[in-house]
Design a protein around this ligand. Sequence first.
Ligand SMILES: C[S@@+](CC[C@H](N)C(=O)[O-])C[C@H]1O[C@@H](n2cnc3c(N)ncnc32)[C@H](O)[C@@H]1O
Length: 301
Amino acid sequence: MNDSVVEHIPVLADALVEQINLPLDGVMVDTTIGQGSHSFLFGQTLGPEGVIVGLDVDKDSIHRAQFKLKDLACRVILLHSNFSQIRNEVRKEGIDKVDFILADLGVSSAQLADVEMGLSFLHDMPLDMRIDKRLQRTAADIVNKADEKSLADLIYKFGEDRASRRIARFIVQRRQSRPVTTTGQLAAIVCKALARPGRKRKLRIHPATRTFQALRIVVNNELENLEKLLGSVPELLNKNGRIAVISFHSLEDRLVKNNFKQNEKQNVYRIVTKKPIVPTREEVASNRRARSAKLRIAQKI
Ligand SMILES: C[S@@+](CC[C@H](N)C(=O)[O-])C[C@H]1O[C@@H](n2cnc3c(N)ncnc32)[C@H](O)[C@@H]1O
């Protein structure tokens, strides 16, 4: 655990607090407890009968949240578990229905800075990307073992990078001389693959952003887990209970949007946010991590 704790500023916190009113004895599940910053805001409004169940696949996040939430009046149950298992975890705690389910997807600022996570292309770290250290396969395993076509396909599918074939070719060429073992090496390979002499591409994001996103999604089965979570929510929510999801890229947002629409068609949900709520310019200026955030909320009918 990286103990020089990086403060995590909760994204779209004002919008969330405005949209979610919990009774004093409300029950919420924070499926991505992180440092507990969102939960802390809601926990302050709960009385001793209220409950927060917090899940996280990262043990260090659970420890950080434990510290942050220790003085709340409500009951706090923190579980080292994947949100794909939400139904079992909640039932194991003897809870039948809940009033609010929150998913703030992706990774926290502390995790991005954590060398052991190996997530950042801005700093050189071992190329790992497993948020849950119980997983076996690292990003380095994929980058060094997958064949060129599979690499290109995954960068295209999960990174939506149109230069996927070129990036995959550069990775395979480079690993023939020595394996790619750090985030810095991978970022340099992608930058080299995308550099076109004489042509200046105007980039809004770092050239390696999409490749890193693709690998992180695959290493952590992020989309499958999100689908399982979304599938479990309707039976867990009380009537008028709400689900809120903050996503950070279009693949996640599409899943959430389609799930809400489908549930609306079947008269299970009323969609609260016809359009996703996005951060204000001021929020983005004070927290760059918020820049691609989209918040969608639905209410159980
Ligand atoms: C953006 S952070 C959440 C920050 C939190 N809302 C806060 O205010 O401190 C996302 C967290 O979700 C966790 N996470 C990612 N995928 C998960 C999954 N499938 N199940 C449970 N936790 C997950 C990460 O480990 C990380 O701690």
